[in-house]
Design a protein around this ligand. Structure first.
Ligand SMILES: O=C(O)CCC(=O)C(=O)O
Length: 267
């Protein structure tokens, strides 16, 4: 399922693309699940487009907790194993799942450059996302990555890009540079994708999600965020955005000690 070259790329670059690893049956299954998530929006769903904006940019989180198809995919789909093999972890637990829907004609749906891990109460190197597209992804709507940035030992302050842009107040983080303005200084990679492909990336890699200005192609992606053996609870002040509710853990304790909050998925 995962080659030596893909493992090497994940570890060196912080991201790898896996071709044809998600069975078409899962893709159909998830397309149904996404319609459920859109129609029966859950407590964590967010619409980032304003009523006056064109298109729709919809996000949801923790869908596995309330929609059986997402639960089935998170627990029995291939992504937990993919994450485990890429990270070299003996076991994998689920941190959360996340859904992006960028409907055609949504030019305001770019997700600016950021790292994922500072948004999450997680310390440790073994924290990996799998990004599974349910539509063809052309260059203009894909995700871009700064290769090797997961090894910089830099943590950039989370900011609420979709609202007022306010940055997290913790002194632990540095202000994120304007990576868009200094693109030429970085080794940026991205891939066009087809349903069945999967991007896998480290939670500390700097990346951005392009908007969907296309007129006909939806841009639906289901993301699993997976924890490996070394992931521990990082209590921060103010609290991190995720998980929304504090787990029953002491600072520094393995996240695995709270299986109700971070369920075991692999093997
Ligand atoms: O899909 C996107 O536009 C952004 C993806 C992203 O930032 C993530 O999955 O962490």
């Amino acid at each position: 399922m995962v080659s030596e070259a893909e493992i090497k790329a994940y570890r060196q670059d912080g991201v790898t693309v896996l071709r044809n690893v998600i069975d078409p049956k899962w893709i159909e299954f998830l397309r149904v699940a996404v319609e459920k998530a859109l129609v029966f929006a859950g407590p964590h769903a967010e619409i980032y487009t304003k009523p006056e904006d064109p298109g729709l940019f919809f996000n949801d989180f923790y869908m596995y907790q309330r929609i059986p198809e997402f639960r089935e995919f998170a627990f029995n789909g291939p992504c937990g194993e993919i994450a485990g093999r890429l990270m070299g972890s003996s076991q994998i637990d689920l941190f959360n799942d996340h859904l992006f829907v960028k409907e055609p004609g949504t030019p305001g749906s770019r997700v600016p450059w950021h790292q994922d891990q500072p948004y999450c109460a997680v310390k440790g190197r073994q924290f990996c996302s799998t990004w599974v597209p349910l539509d063809p992804v052309p260059q203009e709507t894909t995700v871009e990555y700064i290769l090797g940035s997961h090894l910089w030992e830099r943590w950039f302050a989370p900011f609420d890009a979709m609202r007022d842009g306010a940055a997290h107040g913790s002194q632990e983080f540095e202000r994120i540079p304007d990576f868009e303005a200094e693109r030429e200084n970085h080794n940026i990679a991205s891939w066009t994708l087809e349903p069945g492909d999967c991007l896998a990336f480290h939670a500390l890699i700097v990346h951005q999600g392009m908007a969907n200005p296309t007129s006909t192609t939806r841009r639906r992606a289901v993301i699993g965020r997976f924890l490996g053996d070394d992931a521990t609870y990082a209590e921060r002040e103010p609290r991190c955005e995720f998980p929304h509710n504090p787990p029953p853990l002491e600072n520094g304790e393995p996240l695995r000690n709270a299986p109700e909050d971070f369920p075991h998925v692999w093997p």
